[in-house]
Design a protein. Structure first.
Length: 95
């Protein structure tokens, strides 16, 4: 993660990179180490399901505020992701 932004300046700066704008996200994601599907590299979790939720809204998925330049919607992002996962089978997942 990239941490929180705590001022208009730091939040506005994030709009110029992948910490604050999906315009700058990579098209592919590397699943290495603890996210690896390789049993040798990751013997404990290699066969677990995994998802990628790109960086949140700089409020640790807790934001719910409008600002003239910056909109924090982390809470809505979190709830939407969880709803989607539950609909796709996570509700019946077993440990």
């Amino acid at each position: 993660g990239g941490g929180w932004c705590s001022s208009d300046e730091t939040c506005t700066y994030r709009l110029t990179n992948g910490l604050g704008s999906s315009k700058y996200y990579n098209e592919t994601v590397f699943f290495g180490e603890i996210k690896s599907t390789n049993k040798t590299v990751n013997p404990d979790f290699y066969n677990w399901n995994r998802i990628v939720v790109e960086y949140c809204d700089s409020s640790s998925f807790m934001g719910k505020a409008n600002h003239p330049k910056i909109i924090s919607r982390g809470a809505q992002i979190f709830y939407a992701v969880m709803e989607e996962l539950l609909e796709k089978g996570m509700a019946s997942a077993k440990n």
